[in-house]
Design a protein around this ligand. Structure first.
Ligand code: TEU
Ligand code: CA
Length: 553
């Protein structure tokens, strides 16, 4: 494979280390735990592991608040443990991509401690400080992603600092060249260790437009994404670091449009390999953001996915995901977890639908088992700062929701749904830990767990394994051109992929009903490549609840 192009053929598996495997019984997943489970990932057949942050952190936002980029979080182990993990992964042909969180640091990072110490500290300008307005209040009305203002007052130096996320996550000032140089150096340090790439946290937010700092009355614009220098800075990063290694890079880019994505992830290779877009996962948002019980319409899902499939074809590269550590579980959200049968069928159908698209698929830990949302009934079961802050904002302050309504919203939308421990087997705590897990284990671990699925040829796990193998074996899954069939149907999602040799027709029933098989003519005489039920007796057979079929023509 040509240098830097292997990412197009790869399937990525995301590990949220805190919840993956606890090796020492303290209730927190750790690096040695991951190492003991590498054979499982090799069995699944994925190519790349993306590790959510493992660096030193006070864990205000579970490691997305980093206090030392060149050391390992105490709870996760040591640098020796990391080196062992990297070796063990490489010896199994698995690559490791690190999470790079450099839009902000922890407020406990030495840089911020210095920056905060006085107005004339050399690192003052490494962060974003502003005076209080003469008439009081905060410098601007910009709102944090984790509720409330983005400005936090510092009593010692009498200025505000900016934090798009929690107040313990101050934003770095990327306009300062020393900041960029320091970040590039630490990236280089990790590359020299032999890691295989970076997933870049909110990289679309590193350059803030000047309007972002203006009050609304002066035409302030509150969107901190895709700022004026973002491409310049990423190109500089590419020149200084990325281009010197054989890496896979993916930018997490809230607010990205197709046009912007062509720059971030253009085939010219000047910036990154691909980006994550959130248009799909934002479809069910409203004026209270994700905090509601809406469900996205299938027609909208198809519209968004199709727009990105066409928009980047031949010019850039898509990433494909239904969920991650910030999203509820996809089978609960886009499928159906009401019965074991429907859960299994819809988990497999969603997998077909996503894995047959063009782009690099990401599997979030447990997705390959059909793990579900957690049945939250109390706030005490929640751990995530986003949900806890939102509860305060919407229930206690603004009174938009009653307690019960907010718990329903949390059950549907909270990030903690994805963060409950990985379900390995049916022993205590799902085999995740012999201690007290930091977050409750989903009680359905007795039915949904890896040990029951790995050796079962009909399991969700085995089905994912088959899909990954298909991607490795059939070039059309990587290079075929995408065409959507019937954009108007709210029941099925059907599309084709075509290259110069072959054509695939992908049929997915997104409903819990038996439906007429759409496109019987088109699939006539075709070869059934994969199906999530026993093979239908004919191409004309109706499609069962959440049935998915792929035909090769
Ligand atoms: O998330 C960025 C982001 O845009 C979040 O607002 C995301 O949309 C939200 O979590 C969804 O509810 C990244 C990380 O993935 C997330 O875990 C971090 O909390 C955040 O950055 C700050 O580092
Ligand atoms: Ca542990």
């Amino acid at each position: 494979m040509e240098k830097n192009k292997w990412f197009q053929k790869s399937v990525v598996y995301q590990i949220y280390p805190r919840s993956f495997m606890d090796s020492n019984g303290d209730g927190i997943g750790d690096l040695n735990g991951i190492t003991t489970r590498l054979d499982y990932l090799a069995e699944l057949g994925v190519d790349v592991i993306w590790l959510s942050p493992i660096y030193k952190s006070p864990n205000d936002d579970n490691g997305y608040d980093i206090s030392d980029y060149q050391n390992i979080m105490n709870e996760f182990g040591s640098m020796e443990d990391f080196d062992k993990l990297l070796d063990a992964a490489h010896s199994r042909g698995l690559k490791i991509v690190m999470d790079l969180v450099v839009n902000h640091t922890s407020d406990e990072h030495a840089w911020f401690v210095e920056s905060k110490s006085s107005k004339n500290n050399p690192k003052r300008d490494w962060y974003i400080w502003r005076d209080a307005p003469k008439d009081g209040g905060v410098p601007t009305e910009a709102i944090s992603c984790f509720s409330g203002t983005v400005w936090e007052w510092d009593e010692v130096t009498k200025q505000y600092y900016l934090h798009i996320f929690s107040k313990k996550q101050p934003d770095l000032n990327w306009d300062n060249p020393e900041v960029r140089k320091t970040v590039f150096d630490l990236m280089d340090w990790w590359c020299a260790k032999g890691i295989d790439g970076f997933r870049m946290d909110v990289i679309s937010m590193i350059s803030k437009a000047p309007e972002y700092y203006l009050p609304l009355s002066e035409g302030g614009c509150y969107n901190p994404t895709n700022g004026p220098h973002v491409h310049e800075y990423i190109q500089e990063m590419n020149r200084e670091v990325l281009s010197r290694y054989d890496l896979m890079t993916v930018g997490e880019t809230p607010g990205v449009t197709v046009e912007e994505a062509k720059k971030y992830a253009g085939a010219d290779g000047k910036e990154l390999n691909m980006v994550f877009q959130f248009e799909l996962t934002d479809l069910d948002c409203n004026e209270t953001g994700k905090w509601n019980t809406n469900r996205a319409h299938l027609t909208d899902i198809k519209r968004v996915l199709s727009k990105w499939q066409h928009g980047l074809y031949g010019t850039a590269w898509n990433s494909l995901f239904w969920d991650n550590h910030d999203q509820p579980r996809c089978v609960s959200r886009f499928g159906n977890d009401s019965t074991p049968q429907l859960r299994e069928a819809s988990a497999k159908m969603l997998a077909v639908c996503l894995h047959m698209l063009q782009g690099t698929p990401y599997i979030y830990q447990g997705e390959e088992l059909g793990m579900t949302n957690y049945p939250f009934t109390a706030l005490s079961e929640c751990r995530d700062i986003e949900a806890l802050n939102a509860y305060r904002e919407y229930v206690e302050e603004k009174k938009c929701f009653t307690h019960d309504e907010m718990i329903k919203n949390i059950r549907k939308a909270s990030r903690d749904n994805a963060r409950t421990p990985m379900q390995w087997d049916d022993t205590i705590n799902g085999g995740f830990s012999v201690g007290d897990p930091w977050i409750p284990v989903n009680p359905n671990y007795t039915e949904i767990n890896a040990s029951a699925q790995v050796s079962d040829p009909n399991s969700v796990f085995s089905f994912y394994k088959a899909l990954i193998r298909l991607r490795h074996e059939m070039p059309i899954i990587t290079d075929g051109e995408y065409t959507l069939l019937d954009p108007e149907s709210e029941e099925h999602f059907c599309y084709t992929r075509q290259n110069k040799d072959t054509k695939l027709i992908i049929l997915c029933n997104f409903s819990d009903k038996v439906i007429e098989c759409p496109y019987t003519k088109e699939i006539e005489g075709g070869e059934l490549v994969i199906c999530n039920y026993e093979a239908p007796n004919s191409e004309k057979a109706p499609m069962r609840a959440y049935e998915a079929r792929v035909y090769k023509i």
